[in-house]
Design a protein around this ligand. Structure first.
Ligand SMILES: Nc1nc2c(c(=O)[nH]1)N[C@H]1C(S)=C(S)[C@@H](COP(=O)(O)OP(=O)(O)OC[C@H]3O[C@@H](n4cnc5c(N)ncnc54)[C@H](O)[C@@H]3O)O[C@H]1N2
Ligand code: MOO
Length: 673
């Protein structure tokens, strides 16, 4: 049999339909290697090829010097001779056999016939009390544990786990994660773990291969020893940019820590300390990478204003489509330019079929927008002619330039020229081009449904009486206004108190019916800050929690099991608004395909304190100085709870971290409310 000492080397290629797999990576001989990426990235294709389940994949698979597949030499070791253990999302235990019978089957498959300590495995994975039961009487988590033990009893040289937790509910998933985390080191079987869940990867893997679009975009090791708070240093290991953003996160993200929970047993927030927070740029990258596509739809041109174009448009025909008269006047054949008197011989108005001028000593009266009559090449405006009976006489001193006031056919654009690209927001000019080119219905981005959920026991509605300790909720209205004013018009509002079960109930329903949830409040470290725990319990995969910025540091973002997008913004009103404008809006805009203009740079009117560790967002009022430059006058709020002065500001500037002061005159990025 093979020896794992040099690990697995894989090179695979296959084109099927419009999906091309072209992946090369290594798997070290020890530990768990995560094959990480979104669904459709090519992870399962790689896994199936390694197991020998797909003969039509080209390439080479070498495990510890033993070549399992080599297309060049036509070598192909069949699956049952590779000695691989495989656990799928949905386990296929034999329903007619008891758990013990299923394990017997696994053990009989052991090609190495080594003594595997069955009792130990059965105990370690908590299968001992299940032995007499049939698979149908087991929970999903129990079935996966049995499947794992069955795979291990076959004494595999390599274990392949294909999203083994994805079909489990939150508590079963958590239990199995714990089990894998604790037991794997003792088993000493190199393992490939396919997952699209970042928290699983960060928790289990010592090595990661990141896939996207059938290719490996990064690979390398994750530090095995975790610092005390379970956090990894940013950009650890020899990894490409794709993973750098990920490793700044909490390895334990996604697990419910109930041990020292608050009054309701709610978990403490896992927002990392400042020194380990994601930078704003990393947060941008992570959020963008995690956003789903929201699709497109056709709408009538009349309903297209403000929507994001999702098709290209080419010119229907030459523009202008004929030599076009540009002035009301007469059209003549200019010849050598010496003629000053022309006999009127006809009329060419806009919209008329083309007339002919047969006599070059005559002229034809023309209107702006008319086709230039055949035989004419020059237009003389009415202001430059005098009527003399049936003649038109050129005004004294007017010397017409040959070809003047004729807009030549195709001079604006040629037929089939590219005019509009996907990603433009449809405004007056682009709608004009659509109309001019006969596009009565246009393909535009679907605008996702959004619900803003304000959380907090202290919140009273705008029109409700106020009890002691209450405030009026304003974030929900502010966030809805921000989104609606940028074309996200399907926005609804919801409220829930600071209570874990109630939050879970409200979010369950909203996750079922809405594409995007924007929550405010409850993401910090208070005993009733239950939002991250509720989302975790509902299987919303945490993408980030905490950004090195002020305000808005505790911001949370995650993706639901059906690609629902969830942003949970800090409750302080300035923080919520800043996060909405700086993170939520750009993420949604880019997900619907809008190609945004870069934020304008403005000139700081006076110096601002900066921060070594945090990016600062400071409200500003804009004005033009005497040279016409746009100056940003800082209008800082006292705290992120002071928002009464914000209506007098135009937006905020972004002061990068890593400096103590942003001097007057510095150019900084500006974001409009
Ligand atoms: N011990 C620590 N406490 C806090 C930290 C920290 O790091 N350690 N971070 C602070 C920061 S920064 C922020 S921002 C807030 C964020 O807290 P939450 O997201 O949990 O928000 P809440 O506690 O629910 O509310 C904060 C504040 O905002 C008011 N609020 C909430 N919702 C609304 C609404 N819809 N309209 C108007 N105002 C709202 C709420 O009444 C609170 O006053 O945490 C700090 N604490
Ligand atoms: O970040 Mo908090 O948002 O500073 O108030």
């Amino acid at each position: 049999m093979t020896d794992a000492a040099s690990g697995l080397q894989v090179r695979l290629r296959r084109v099927r339909g419009n999906f091309a797999l072209d992946a090369a990576f290594g798997v070290p001989p020890h530990g768990i290697t995560a094959l990480f990426g979104a669904s459709g990235a090519g992870k399962t294709s790689c896994l199936r090829a390694i197991a020998g389940l797909d003969r039509d994949v080209e390439g080479r698979v070498d495990f510890g010097g033993n070549v399992w597949q080599d297309s060049a030499s036509r070598r192909f070791v069949p699956p049952h001779r590779r000695g691989i253990g495989y656990v799928f999302q949905e386990t296929s235990l034999f329903p007619h056999l008891s758990v013990a019978g299923n394990l017997d089957y696994g053990q009989r498959r052991s090609p190495r016939r080594r003594a595997v300590d069955r009792r130990y495995l059965v105990e370690q994975f908590g299968v001992d009390r299940l032995l007499a039961r049939k698979p149908n009487d087991l929970s999903g988590g129990e079935r996966q544990r049995v499947a794992l033990v069955r795979a291990l009893l076959a004494d595999p040289v390599l274990l392949l786990l294909d999203e083994p937790l994805s079909a489990l509910d939150a508590s079963a998933r958590e239990e199995l994660l714990d089990c894998l985390e604790q037991r794997h080191a003792e088993l000493a079987v190199p393992t490939i773990y396919v997952s699209h869940a970042l928290d699983e990867v960060l928790r289990l893997a010592s090595h990661v291969v990141v896939m996207n679009g059938g290719r490996v975009v990064a690979q390398g090791s994750l530090p095995s020893a975790l610092p005390g708070d379970g956090l990894l240093p940013v950009a650890a290991g020899p990894l490409g940019g794709a993973i750098e953003g990920y490793v700044g996160q909490d390895r334990r993200a996604g697990c419910l820590e109930r041990a020292d929970g608050g009054r309701d047993g709610a978990p403490p927030s896992r927002c990392p300390p400042t020194s380990r927070l994601l930078t704003v740029a990393d947060a941008d990258r992570l959020i963008r990478a995690a956003m789903p596509a929201f699709g497109s739809e056709r709408v009538a041109l009349e309903a297209a204003a403000g929507r994001v174009l999702r098709q290209s448009v080419r010119a229907e025909r030459d523009q202008p489509p004929f030599d076009r008269v540009m002035m009301d006047g007469i059209a003549v054949a200019i010849g050598d330019g010496s003629r000053r008197r022309f006999e009127r011989s006809g009329l060419q108005l806009a919209g008329m079929a083309q007339q002919s001028l047969d006599d070059s000593t005559a002229c034809m009266e023309v209107a702006t927008g008319a086709m230039l009559p055949r035989g004419c090449d020059t237009v003389i405006p009415v202001e430059q002619i005098r009527h003399d009976g049936k003649y038109c006489v050129l005004a004294e001193g007017h010397v017409p330039a040959p070809g003047q006031f004729v807009h030549p056919r195709g001079s604006d654009c040629r037929r089939d020229a590219p005019l509009l690209e996907p990603g433009m927001r449809l405004d007056g000019p682009s709608i004009a081009v659509l109309a001019a080119n006969g596009i009565a219905e246009v393909e535009v981005a679907t605008v996702p449904s959004v619900t803003i959920v304000a959380t907090g026991d202290e919140l009273a509605g705008v029109g409700q009486p106020l009890l002691e300790g209450q405030i009026r909720g304003s974030n929900d209205h502010a966030l809805a206004a921000t989104l609606r004013s940028h074309g996200f018009d399907d926005v609804q509002l919801a409220r829930v108190g600071d209570d874990l079960p109630a939050t879970i109930a409200v979010l369950t329903e909203l996750l079922r019916t809405r594409r995007v949830l924007v929550l405010s409040g409850g993401v910090s470290v208070g005993p009733r800050d239950v939002v991250p725990a509720a989302l975790d319990a509902l299987g919303v995969r945490q993408v980030l929690h905490g950004i090195a910025q002020r305000p808005g540091k505790p911001m949370w973002c995650g993706m639901g099991p059906q690609e629902q997008v969830v942003f949970a913004l800090p409750g302080n009103p300035v923080s919520a608004l800043v996060c909405a404008v700086r993170h939520v809006l750009p993420a949604l805009q880019s997900a619907i395909g809008l190609v945004p203009a870069p934020p304008p740079q403005v000139c700081l009117e006076s110096a601002l304190d900066a921060s070594a560790a945090l990016t600062l967002f400071v409200p500003v009022r804009l004005r033009q100085d005497s040279l016409g430059r746009t100056m940003a006058c800082p209008w800082p709020t006292g705290t992120s709870g002071d928002f009464s002065a914000l209506p007098h500001t135009h937006g905020f500037v972004q002061i990068p971290s890593g400096q103590t002061i942003a001097p007057a005159g510095a150019m900084v990025a500006f974001h409009r409310w």
